[in-house]
Design a protein around this ligand. Sequence first.
Ligand code: IMP
Ligand code: MG
Length: 181
Amino acid sequence: MKADYINDVEKVLCSEETICATVKGLGDTISADYKDKDLVLVGLLKGSVVFISDLMRAITIPCDIDFMDVSSYGASTVSSGVVNIIKDLNDSIEGRDVLIVEDILDSGRTLSKVVNILKERSPASIKVCTFLDKPEGRQVEFEADYVGCIIPDEFVIGYGLDYNECYRNLPFVGVLKRSVY
Ligand code: IMP
Ligand code: MG
């Protein structure tokens, strides 16, 4: 079935204006915190691409960028709990200040596993920045260091987030109508 982009959205949770202001705030904070550090942003594919491209332009200090792809939900809306590396980083992170950039923190499984994997590679530091946080979805103990917006436990799409690989290019974050999935 073809997605009916705008009509499939129940309500908007984060407007383009809210996103813009939030990312600017995160960029300012990160720029101050990482002044004189060797910052490398590690984006988790594919969901983080929209956020990371805005965030890196809101960061006013030099930074490098790399990507990793790990499996999480597949085509379902419920976390499987299994995390596999599909695409690893291109470069070494040894001695560098790693900031993992993610679209959403839900159960916490993906990020806690990725942090553990990357910690083994001797970075100077490792922190996490997530655009969205759904604290009610947490299944494992995990807190991000930088959070854009805290949202209720609803399935959201847009600003990089998908349902069945659809809706990633919506410029806002919205709740998907229950009738769609
Ligand atoms: P976690 O491992 O449960 O924290 O899930 C994190 C991953 O699940 C994210 O990177 C997303 O790809 C996906 N995810 C979690 N909640 C949502 C949602 O509401 N919409 C779309 N994807 C989601
Ligand atoms: Mg993801």
